[in-house]
Write a new protein. Structure first.
Length: 478
């Protein structure tokens, strides 16, 4: 990956830091401001790829030549970039963790030039994959244990978007992808059967079904809506299904248009009446989590869901709201907390080097996350006050927790990965386990409960003291 995958102002800033000889050690936080899709949770995704990129990030001669052509960069700065490497530390939540607004997902500890340069790349990698994994998790939760396949390649945002989205969708819970390159690149199971063109390429629908069943008897899924779903498609599929059953094989049916509730019920009825009770029904056609949930509520006998456009594009939200803000900088050997202030309280950042603790109740379910300063000690046996992140005197108390878990762990040290990268299967399983512990009130599709993310008393005091100090220095008198 080239460091040129960045916003141009990152490069103008780091040249300025270089020329001003200003390159102290700093800490940046990556966090997000609101849940996508009107939901109550998100799935943190993209970290392992980010680590791989940061380990090998270098400027190639062609990159430096391009920068020189812009006419704005000094030769001394370009010479400095020849030896650029990321040598910082990264602290992060585990990929596949259920996350909530306001809490640091990643902490970057690095010289200012390095930390600044990786901002756009980090946000690009994390924001998109987190958006798609979150959308996928919503879809798979709606499917209620029935299989979901990702069919989005042809509607994805370019080839890189398609690959990243397939990876994120698998972590989010799909069983397989139609994207063959994603299968090769990431080891994701691939799946696919036929399009309508296969049926139209033969003299009759029955012939097309028989030819397909002959070639792929063990994975025969017939698309039955090319001409007339109930008056020809299912009838011809039943003929082929009986022939397959005599040979010990199982038939699959796919619906890609029409009233999926009505058609799936009618097709199921005809299959059962013809002794094909073991045949399964798959559906596609611009599905999303709300459509799937409605079809399941109506008792539609659908076994497998193929979801494409709505999943691969994160339909419903154009982007994930992740941001990257400096929280501390080194001065004279000490880290000084920094924060962004704003007329909009929601856009204020939290100062200092921080940790996030997840508190679990006696049933083992998360009941709230607490953002603290890194040096604070949290004792689950004590009663702890959770302060609202924007309103100084709003608080609750939490006690009798079964356990408390720190969420930020060191994943890179001096530019190198700390531990081996988990497999994609492990990341998918981690997502499932995380979601299984989150109460349904936070994961429901409609009007989810808001999960509490709060500040410790120490962090709250620091934050509002810094606000007061700034306000007192800039108050006008009349």
């Amino acid at each position: 990956m080239t460091p040129l995958l960045t916003d141009f102002y990152e490069l103008t800033m780091i040249q300025g830091y270089y020329l001003e000889n200003r390159n102290p050690y700093v800490v940046f936080d990556m966090f997000f401001r609101k849940q996508p899709f009107g939901g109550g949770f998100s799935i943190f995704t993209g970290l392992e790829e980010l680590i791989n990129i940061l380990e090998t990030l270098t400027f190639q001669p062609g990159d430096l030549e391009f920068l020189k052509e812009q006419g704005i960069f000094r030769d001394s700065f370009l010479e400095y970039l020849k030896d650029f490497r990321f040598t910082g530390d990264l602290y992060a939540m585990e990929e596949g963790t259920v996350i909530f607004p306001g809490e640091p997902l990643i902490r970057v500890h690095a010289p200012l030039i390095q930390a600044q340069l990786v901002e756009s790349l980090l946000l690009n990698r994390i924001n998109f994959q987190t958006l798609i994994a979150t959308k996928t998790a919503r879809v798979t939760l709606a499917a209620d244990g029935r299989g979901v396949l990702e069919f989005g390649l042809r509607r994805a945002q370019g080839s890189d978007g398609a690959l990243s989205a397939s990876r994120a969708a698998f972590i989010g819970g799909v069983a397989a992808t139609s994207n063959t390159l994603a299968g090769k690149h990431f080891g994701i199971p691939v799946s696919g059967t036929m399009a309508h063109s296969w049926v139209m390429a033969f003299d009759s629908e029955l012939e097309s079904f028989r030819r397909y069943a002959k070639i792929y008897p063990e994975k025969c899924v017939l698309l039955i809506d090319t001409y007339d779903t109930l008056n020809s498609g299912v009838e011809n599929a039943i003929i082929v299904g009986k022939e397959l059953k005599e040979k010990g094989h199982r038939l699959g049916i796919r619906l890609d248009s029409g009233d999926l509730e009505y058609l799936s019920k009618e097709v199921r009825k005809q299959l059962d009446e013809n002794g094909l009770e073991d045949a399964f029904i798959a559906v596609s056609n611009d599905l999303n989590e709300n459509i799937i949930a409605q079809l399941i509520r109506s008792g539609s006998p659908i076994d497998l869901w193929g979801v494409g456009t709505q999943l691969i594009t994160g339909a419903g939200d154009a982007a994930f709201s992740g941001v990257y803000k400096m929280s501390a900088r080194e001065e004279k050997g000490e880290f000084i907390p920094t924060m962004k202030l704003s007329d909009n309280p929601e856009k204020m950042s939290n100062p200092g080097i921080k940790q996030v603790y997840r508190f679990y109740d006696k049933t083992g379910h998360p009941c709230g996350d607490l953002i603290t300063l890194e040096e604070e000690n949290i004792n689950p046996d004590q009663t702890i006050t959770f302060y609202h992140p924007m309103y100084e005197y709003t608080h609750i108390t939490v006690s009798h927790c079964s356990r408390v878990e720190p969420l930020l762990e060191k994943v890179m040290q001096k530019g190198k990965r700390v531990s081996p990268s988990p497999s994609l299967d492990e990341l998918q399983q981690r997502t499932r386990e995380n979601l299984s512990h989150i109460p349904e009130r936070y994961t429901r599709l409609i009007n989810p409960h808001i999960y509490k993310v709060s500040l410790s008393e120490t962090l709250k005091t620091l934050k509002f003291r810094m606000i007061d100090d700034f306000t007192s220095q800039h108050t006008e008198t009349y």
